[in-house]
Write a protein of this length. Structure first.
Length: 79
């Protein structure tokens, strides 16, 4: 996924993926190469971390970026 982001355009889905991956690998010492690549993506798209998270919050508020897997009946309730 990271390699595809390096050559991709900043679509709603790609922005959401970039934010998700930054959160996932934040502070993880074994992922320095991934973190560096994610930084390159942000730089090429002209984003700061703050701006990325602002945009992705707006995207997630307006619509669902990810299509569900399976039906709602199959979903687990983690509350």
């Amino acid at each position: 996924m990271v390699n595809s982001l390096l050559t991709a355009e900043p679509t709603a889905y790609n922005l959401a993926e970039l934010a998700r991956l930054r959160i996932r690998y934040q502070g993880f010492p074994g992922a320095r190469d991934i973190q560096a690549d994610l930084d390159k993506v942000m730089e090429s798209w002209g984003l700061t971390e703050t701006k990325l998270y602002e945009q992705t919050r707006q995207i997630h508020t307006a619509r669902s970026v990810y299509k569900g897997r399976g039906s709602k009946a199959d979903a687990q309730d983690w509350s």
